[in-house]
Design a protein. Structure first.
Length: 321
């Protein structure tokens, strides 16, 4: 199963690169493109769900798996169409991969949503404008989940990249009764600057009602634009908030490229000035995110590198709740 997940996550990233490259060569018009159909969250096809009959859930919001694409009328669309198979495929791949890697024995719920494209993150103004639509979709999905799917169980709230930005907004909007049932919130691959009563920085491996946030780089010069500092940060290997380093060992996978076959022993340290995770000893191929990525920024690896630690920590926090 782990080999299958390795391949799925790898192909998902490759598919995004191909999609972005292809669409960059297509003719663009400046008019407002027709929006994709809004997801109906009463429709089971708009969910990825694994019901393990557990006493707690994971609600996961996927990252950006969509590039700009051209509609039949020649307009460029900046949002995923959750009813179009070719655009659903990479979304599904991430849902499946994350469920298999980190959910453990918990139930897993992940909604399809009209995420904005990778090109939307080329500037803060584009991101601020376009993320409203996906936030609205996920807000509706989360409300449906709480009312019809959750069964009043405690839950983990989690999101990666675009999904983490949306997750933080849900956390700020959450009513107090719902917040009291939240085991923890995992905001993976972003920085958090704002203060809010529901954003309580995790301090150790087993505290609950807290937010876990981290962002991995080779050094602080490799940060993505605007992601230079975070108010909330923790080392997901030793679960400390100081600069004490931790050792992370990753095993090779036969389905990954030859450049990634070696066993890596890395040192992971939290930089106290920026809240970034400094990764030393990473020797696998440095996959750079298209358009907005930088060499030495390990944004695309934020779940894969710490998969074992995340799975164990989610189980620990659920047991401690």
């Amino acid at each position: 199963m782990s080999q299958t997940v390795n391949r799925i996550l790898r192909l998902s990233s490759v598919a995004l690169v191909i999609l972005v490259a292809w669409t960059s060569c297509q003719p663009r018009k400046t008019g407002i493109a027709q929006l994709p159909k809004a997801p109906d969250y009463q429709d089971t096809t708009q969910w990825y769900i694994t019901d393990r009959k557990a006493a707690a859930d994971v609600f996961y919001i996927i990252s950006t798996e969509t590039g700009d694409y051209v509609l039949p009328n020649g307009e460029t669309c900046h949002y995923a169409d959750t009813y179009r198979d070719s655009l659903r495929a990479p979304l599904y791949a991430e849902m499946l991969g994350v469920d298999t890697l980190v959910s453990g024995r918990l139930n897993y719920f992940s909604p399809y949503y009209r995420q904005c494209s990778l090109q939307s993150f080329e500037s803060d103004s584009l991101k601020s404008e376009r993320i409203r639509l996906p936030l609205g979709d996920v807000r509706r999905a989360f409300r449906h989940y709480l009312k019809h799917l959750n069964g009043h169980r405690p839950f983990i709230l989690a999101g990666f990249s675009q999904g983490a930005h949306i997750m933080v907004e849900l956390l700020k909007e959450m009513d107090e009764e719902t917040y009291q049932r939240m085991i923890a919130a995992y905001a993976i691959g972003i920085t958090i600057l704002e203060s809010h009563p529901h954003i309580v920085a995790a301090k150790r491996a087993d505290d609950t009602g807290v937010t876990i946030c981290y962002n991995s780089v080779r050094d602080t010069t490799c940060a993505l634009p605007g992601w230079e500092k975070s108010r909330v940060a923790i080392n997901p290997v030793n679960w400390r908030t100081d600069s004490v380093p931790a050792t992370l060992i990753t095993e090779p996978s036969p389905l990954l490229p030859l450049t990634e076959q070696k066993k890596d022993t890395m040192t992971i340290r939290l930089d106290m000035a920026t809240g970034m995770l400094l990764v030393e000893g990473f020797t696998a191929e440095d996959y750079v995110l298209p358009l907005i990525g930088r060499e030495g920024n390990y944004h695309t690896r934020e779940i894969w590198l710490y998969r074992d630690q995340l799975r164990e920590n989610i189980a620990l926090r659920a047991a401690s709740f």
